[in-house]
Design a binder for this molecule. Structure first.
Ligand code: 5GP
Length: 192
């Protein structure tokens, strides 16, 4: 997706060897027009799939998922990372090791919002080693629903995430795939 790749080149900052900071349009400030194009692109890439629900994780996935959901006319469910006293007690749970925070935490999704008949499209901002995506896939499996695909805005193609998802025979679509970020320079994989 050219628009997204240009935005990454203009505004992305490489931290260390393997973290891309895109706070100016994706993870802190939000470029709504770009999100709108991202939503359209996900609709195009999953147009042959029946989708009844979009599942993501708080916080950065929510904005992308909501705009994408408008093109599918379906609700968004987001997994909660934080304990809340008013959260339902009957939840699906899965553990995630966070790449950026270097610690594990448990996500929760109320059993009310993913049902066995659901066909779920999982959406997230980044794919690194697929820890977050695997936890969301586990939630859908626990609900005995179906994962119809995983849609990612930025995939770090030099990490293991794609293999993890494709080994589960799940369709993965990433709108920009980074081949490397050596010396602070972002190189895209061709054909993304
Ligand atoms: P994974 O679970 O695939 O290992 O990592 C993906 C999750 O970690 C995403 O939800 C994202 O929040 C975060 N993440 C991983 N790598 C990066 C990165 O390079 N930049 C940013 N901003 N977030 C990342």
């Amino acid at each position: 997706m050219e628009l997204l790749k240009n935005k990454i080149l203009e505004e992305g900052r490489v931290l260390g060897k393997d973290v891309l900071k895109v706070d100016s349009f994706l993870n802190h400030q939000i470029d709504v027009e770009l999100f709108n194009e991202i939503g359209k692109e996900f609709k195009k890439r999953f147009q042959n799939k029946e989708v009844t629900k979009i599942l993501t994780i708080e916080a950065s996935g929510i904005g992308i998922a909501c705009i994408t959901a408008q093109y599918f006319n379906v609700p968004v469910v987001f997994a909660k990372k934080h304990e809340a006293t008013n959260m339902d007690k009957d939840n699906y749970e899965a553990e995630i090791f966070s790449f950026t925070k270097n610690k594990s935490y448990t996500i929760k999704v109320s059993k009310k919002y993913i049902l066995p008949e659901d066909k779920v499209l999982i959406i997230d901002d980044f794919l690194a080693n697929a820890n977050a995506a695997s936890a969301l896939i586990s939630v859908v499996e626990q609900a005995k629903a179906e994962v119809v695909g995983v849609g990612i805005v930025i995939e770090k193609g030099f990490q293991n995430g794609r293999k993890v998802i494709e080994d589960k025979n799940i369709k993965l679509e990433s709108l920009a795939i980074l081949e490397s970020m050596e010396d602070g320079k972002v190189i895209f994989k061709k054909l993304t």
